[in-house]
Structures are given as structure tokens and as C-alpha cells.
Design a protein around this ligand. Sequence first.
Ligand code: FES
Ligand code: MG
Length: 591
Amino acid sequence: MTDSKRKSLRSESWFNDLADPEMTALYLERYLNYGLTLEELRSGKPIIGIAQTGSDLSPCNRHHVELAKRTRDGIIAAGGIPLEIPVHPIQETGKRPTAMLDRNLAYLSLVESLYGYPIDGVVLTIGCDKTTPALLMAAATVNIPAIAFSVGPMLNGWYKGERAGSGAIVWKAREKYATGEIDGEGFLNMAAASAPSVGYCNTMGTASTMNSLAEALGMQLPGSASIPAPYRERGQMAYHTGTRIVEMVHEDLRPSDVMTRAAFENAIVVNSAIGGSTNAPIHLVAIARHLGIDITNADWESIGYDVPLLANVQPAGAYLSEDFHLAGGLPAIVAELLRGGLIPHDDAITVTGQKFGSLYADAPCENDDVIRTIDRALTAKAGFLNMTGNLFDTAIMKTSVITQDFRDRYLSHADDPMAFEGPAFVFDGPEDFHKRIDDPELGITADSILVMRGAGPKGYPGGAEVVNMRPPSYLIKQGIRGLPCLGDGRQSGTSGSASILNASPEAADGGNLAILQDRDRLRIDLNTRKVELLLDDQEIAARRASLDAAGGYQVPESQSPWQAIFRDRVRQFSDGMVLDGADKFQDIANK
Ligand code: FES
Ligand code: MG
């Protein structure tokens, strides 16, 4: 490209503004102080941010610190200048009260970094659960050329000769611990067996899901999502990502060109086929909102429910992320969906500048037990149901994890094979659950329904991953390994529970879960997608009035300034848990 034809870069208004030599001098001098030269900064080379989510605090993404060296090499080779940008850490397993609280904080801070500094394009280093949506939300808002780059999952974990999957093994250990089969150290050994290398969770939890969906949205290079973190291909992909972002800046290919409504619809279909996390609707809705695209839980059902489960990966299947990669990874899934005519928009443009369908059509499958063909799918309809009723307006149910045991016990009655009833037992947050669940006096029986409330975005700031509750230990000892669960919190993407989740509005935001009492009868009907509290409207109104008179549903005090600000501004899970008013800021770098 000749200089006269070159589109001017946003960074030039910092470093090369001839009309304002004073400010230019001030901006420039400090970037020189660690060795950058005037020639580089005024050469018209794009300044490429590497939004760095890895740190010692964030083990899942820590390998990005190493990989960024290869990304830098790629950026320099393609004629760009890399600048690494620290992102507020979000470590799923380390942050109290919940990492989800920090998704919006990391998003907000990255928006300021990208908007307020001389950045022409950005590599988004994604991985651990909330890092992916946080970075995509920021890129969507600022709308400078952006490409996502996954850190990759951990290698397969092994425990006593069997695959040990992140999270999944914790749910198993929890049962063994409850029955006294293992002690605290045994619990730790089981959990640690699932973390054999650098990288993020090796099941199809929220991390693998969101990294896969970042590719399905067109925001990663093809094949990038599934490469395990320690594999050499991961470093090579870092290099290619670095070269591509420089080209994207020259092409002015922006997030709003890639993350269109069509791309979101493709991603919803892919989510069903991989058995993706119930956190995905919250995050995709949030990313979409920051681009002015309205996606709802009803869209998740209408676009995604009929799609078959093809990935035989825990928690919905048997294998782990390394197996998934070796079998062909996301490209093999997309290729099969394309063959079945199930990708709604094969013409969506990706960060490559090419059409989604053309990139994946010939991707091979190397193991047809791990990645199934449509005619050998693990489940015919693997998407989410959008549940409604008199306790909440909308909630999500992941059908791909409904076990045979669950089907036999709840969904096989001759009179109505898709509906069941039972008495509710209600817990106010995870602490209350842990305190009371094993108390035989409570009277939980095999036909009970466990309800968690006070665990939504406002109740437990960010929303706790606690709706998948285990039965009391006395029932586990009798062989009852799961009870139906329902609540206004979330559950880990690694959980195999067919819970009804993310209920909006939550108890702490005027939802009727707040008026539920122990032993109230609930009816859950998967045909009509209804959850009903079996009380007449008058009784419901009376309970509501007396709760409101008593000051409404009470939640614990905020423990930090951000928790208080967050609770004040946050919207419900069905609205993506976005901050009220934040999503009106769109395309801000181009205004
Ligand atoms: Fe970080 Fe699962 S805890 S990816
Ligand atoms: Mg998780």
C-alpha cells in the first residue's frame, strides 16, 4: 500500500498529529522511554494491543504470558507494533464471591484502555470462563479491529485409570465425600487430578464453550479454539493471530462486521452441538447487546433446541478437550452441521475476511465416537428450553444432560411423560444450603424439588454457580444421585445437572421465587415449558403483599464498592447481566 493511499490510523492522532505538536510531543515522549523509537511510532505502522488476561492470579490464562511472545512476533512480522495491555484478572476458581462479578469490571476497564489509548487493533487473549465474554464485550463496544485468541484447554486429566474432567470430577468427589467414601485429602487428590497442565478446564464447561463460540462467531482463526494449551500448534496459532490482526487493521475489518445477528445464530446452533454451558446464553446476550443486537432466551430455544448433540465430551458425554481436539475439534463439528444443513448462515464473515461455511466445509473428523455424525448423535434435540411460569418470566434448562436415571424417575409416567410434580425445598444462597441440606428434620424426600434463590446477579453479586444442588447425604446413600433443581443462580458449565437456571427476575429483583415456602407444590412441564407454583393467584398476591410490606426479599450486605455499584446497575441474566445504560455505548472509537 502506498503512503498516499493508506487510511490514517487512529494512533496517528496521538503520535503524528501535525496540527497539535504540543500534545503529540507529550504523548510520544513517554512511549520512547523504554526503547521504542520515533521512527516506529511515526511510521504509520498499526499499534496492536494484546489484551493480556494471563497473570499469576489467573492460572487458567497464565500461559498467555508465554504465548504473547509469539503473538508479538507475528505482529512485528506483519508490520505492526505490539503493546501489551493488562486486563483485570478473572479467575473462575479463585475469585470471591464469584468471578462472574468481575466480567463487567474487566469489560469496563478494557473499554477505557482500548478507547483512551493509541490502539489500532487488538488481540483478545481469551480462556477462563468470563475472560472471553468480557473481552468480546469490550471489543464490540469500542469496535476497532479485533481478533480473539484462546489459551487452550488443559490436557486430559486421569484418576485411577479414568478420565478426570475439570468440575465433573468435583461433582463425583462431592458425592463420595458426602457418603464418607473419601476424606478431605481424597477430595483434593481427585480434584487436582483434573488439572495436569497449563490451560483452562478440560471439559465442555463455560471456558471450552465460550472459546468454541468465539470461533463460531467468527472471531478466532479457524481451528484455534480447541488446541490444548501445551501443544506446539497453540504457539503457532499465536503467531498467525498476530499477523492476521495487522492485516485486519489495514482492511478495517471490525467486530461489528463479524459479530452480526447471523453470527450469533450460528453460535447458538454450535452451542447445542457441543453440549455447551448454560452460562453461554448470558454471555452471548451480553456481547450482542453491546452491538445493538437483541437475542433472548426464546431465541436460544427456537434456534438451538432442535440441534443434535455431536460432541461426546463431558459433562454431556464421555471424553475431554484433548480428545475433542484430536478428533477434529470445532472444525469437525461445524463441517458436520454444514453437511446436515444446520448452520443457518454459512455466509457470515469471519476475522479471516472469508465466509464461515467455506472455512470449515472440508474439515475432517478423525474419531467418530468423540465427534458424532448427525445420524449417530448422542441426543437428537440438545438445545436449551426456555422455561416460563408464575415464579419467573424466563429460565434456561439444558436438555443434553438429562440422564436416563432422571428420565426414568421423572419423565416416564404413563399419564404425562414430560411433566412431574413435587414439594419444593427452598434455600437462600449457598451458605444456607450447606448448613441445612443434610438435616433429616427438613424432610426432603426422593420426590422433592430443590430450589435455590438469592443467587442471582443482585442477590449474590454476579450470581452464584450453585443451582445444581446435591441431594441430602441420606438420599445419596439410598442411591438417589440427583433431584430436580431450580433457581435464580447459575450452575457451572461443567455440571451434568438438568437444572432450571438463570431464572429472571431473581428473588432479589421482584421475582416470585421470593414468596416460595418449603413444601409448596411445584409442577414442571417440559411440553409446555412451564414451571408452576400450584397456588391460586390470590394467595400468590397475598404473599407478595406481605413480603413487600416487610421490606422485600433481603440479601446480604455488599462487601466492596464494586459489589454495591454492580448491584445498583446490573440487569437480569435474561438481559445478559449487562450494566444498565452501558450497552447504549456502541462503536465508540468510530464516532
Ligand atoms: Fe478457569 Fe474453568 S476455572 S476455565
Ligand atoms: Mg465455571
